[in-house]
Structures are given as structure tokens and as C-alpha cells.
Design a protein around this ligand. Sequence first.
Ligand SMILES: [Zn+2]
Length: 310
Amino acid sequence: MSGKIDVKSRPLRAGSLLGCLLLATALPTLAEEAEDYIEVLPGTLPVILTAPHGGDQKPASILARRYGVVAQDQHTAELTRMIVEEMEELYGGRPHAVICRLHRSKLDCNRELDEAAQGDAVAMAAWTRFHAAAAKMGEQIRETHGAGLTLDIHGHRHEAARVELGYLVKGTQLNVSNEVLNATPELWKQSSVRELDQRSPQSWAELIRGPQSLGALLERHGFNSVPSPQQPQPGQEAYYSGAYGIAAHGSREGGTISAIQVECPWRGVRDERQNRRRFAKALALSLGEYFRAHFGMTLGQSRASEASSR
Ligand SMILES: [Zn+2]
């Protein structure tokens, strides 16, 4: 594939063999070009952070997407880096992270390839790098820790300033009692935490909105969240249940890496630097208890606690 290589910027004598050889060695391949657009931060903890919509780069060489959502999730790239820092501070190890630096008008890594890149060869290579990196991290976590969690970090502008946690279960499907939720196995089977539901000692309803659900833990650290014990159902308000990222890097289709989409509101979370820092700390703290409760792991010493619990 040679579609997007910009030959004009590198003068070469047409027809010369030397020129062709130089062309082959001097021009970046698509994969190399795509490297600049996807930030890959390998980690040691059983957590993968993905940030598909925080990028702001709009290179003229990449075609603008012609359909789909093109708005950036502002400050989510920076927020993701802060979560890495806060987890390292707390647990002495880093989560893995993959951050798309391209603006969403050029590439949407939270969609299937066709809609994501809309035929642009470099955007396609960047999408491939993003998802191959996350998949490889999942593989490493499986080998080292046995199981883990992907958090897909986003930002929303819905009226209600609450963190929306998505599990690939629609808002209307969550607008039922815990009894109904627990009696509907199709729901956990379609979810991005399918394997974690089997692993966790808690019920399906408890996993997603009980006292040790991610929503409950974030609320305890000061951030309104849905679903949670306080707000078990999204109700009639807008709610994002997740998309391609957590379907690709969660456990719906198998494996031991589960995934949650974390949609951060603007007000109180993404709007100011100090709020982003506060949220990053709260999420990092919440994950420690979440892993203890549902994975039976201590973050930072996962292997030790796994071995002792056998
Ligand atoms: Zn988003």
C-alpha cells in the first residue's frame, strides 16, 4: 500500500534506479508514519487505558472524515496521562496506555475501521497501531496477571454532569430492578465485563451498581456516576453504554480482559486542570478496591496475591 506517501516533498530524479532505491529506504512506511499519531505507553499493572478521542492533530496529509461524529473529547488525552501518573504514585507500577493524537475529524478509533478511517491509508495504519497495541497489552496482562481491565476514557457534554460508565448494556436495559437484572443472563453475556462477572464473587447487579461497583467507588471519592447505588438506572437522561473500543478490548467475545467505557462530564471533571487531577486520583484509588473486590487481586502485587489465593 502506498496511497498516502507524499512523494512531492522529496525531490528524486524520475526513472533512476538510485532514485527508486532512495525512495524505498528514505520514505517512511505507512506504519512508521502512523507511529507518530498513536502514543503507546507500556505498563506493568493489569490495567489498560485507551483514549481514542483526545487527540488534536489535524495533518493536511490525512483526509477529513466525511461522516460520523467528529468532535474531540477535550482534555481526555491529558486526563489519561494523569491517571497513569496517579496509579504509578499509588501502586508503584504503571497501567498500560494507548492515546490517539489525531483529531477525531481525521480518525475515530472508537469505530470499526471503515467508519474510523474512511479509506485514508495513514489513518487506517494509525487505527491498526492503536488496536494492535491495546491487544498486545491485553496479551501481556493475561500472561503476567491472568486477567485485567481496559478503561476506555472519553468525555461527554450531556446535561447531567455525571460519569457515565458503559458496559455495552443500553440505558433502557438498565432501567430495571436488580432482581430483573440478575434474572436476565443475556445482559451480562452481551456486556464488556462478561468474564469479570464470572470471576467476581458478587452478583451481576452488584458488579455494575452495587456498593463496590466502579460507580460506587467513584461516588465515594466525590464524583457522581451512573450506574451506581445512588443512581442505579440512567433513567430518561442521555447515557453512553459504550462502543467499538470496549467491544474489541473487553471480554464479550471471550478472554480475561474486561472493559468499561468511562465517559467524563465536562463540568467538574474535565473543565479545569485541578479537577482533572482530582478525578485521576479518584479513579486510581477506586481501581485498587475494585480489583480487590472483583478480581481478587492487589494492584501492584497482583502476582503475589494471586499465588497466595490459590
Ligand atoms: Zn469519546
